[in-house]
Design a protein around this ligand. Sequence first.
Ligand code: FES
Length: 184
Amino acid sequence: MLSLLVHFRGRDVTLITGARTASELLFKDWLIADSKEHHFKLIFATDDGSYGEKNQVPKVAETVLRNGHFDAIYTCGPEPMMKKIYDLAMEARCHIQVSLERVFKCGVGICAACVIGPYLVCHDGPVFSEAELSGMPEFGHMRRDLSGKKVPLNAALGLLCTLCCLEIISRADCDLGLHTKYLF
Ligand code: FES
């Protein structure tokens, strides 16, 4: 997102960035300085109102979109938030690009761990536009867990055994018992 910001220098850009609370806002001071130097509009939003607007990013984006015309929206972050932004973009008939996250195992298009709709996020993405997103019924709702099973988007990720590549619940669940396990 930051490289896009640099790429669009000199254009009419509005950046909305949010977090649960002020201490979780990323690059706050750098963004403030850069927005002054390069004259783009910067809006901070926090859930608890500790900095910027007391609201979540989709609500702020809704107001911004209602009051202006935009050629394109670029979004990254939690998928439920991106889904709301996508819905707003579709309502406003605005081009959108979304940066998706999925479990990657091979990272080169072989294992299908990162499949969503007809796409592999590692190979075809991770950035997708509205034409591709419209063919992904799981977008904003479902994902694959570490074993490849389709689960609700908010289901907790388990542990991944780095040798057998299966999702496990605890160290005792690994058949070999000696595997090294990491939070994926
Ligand atoms: S991570 Fe294996 S196909 Fe994408």
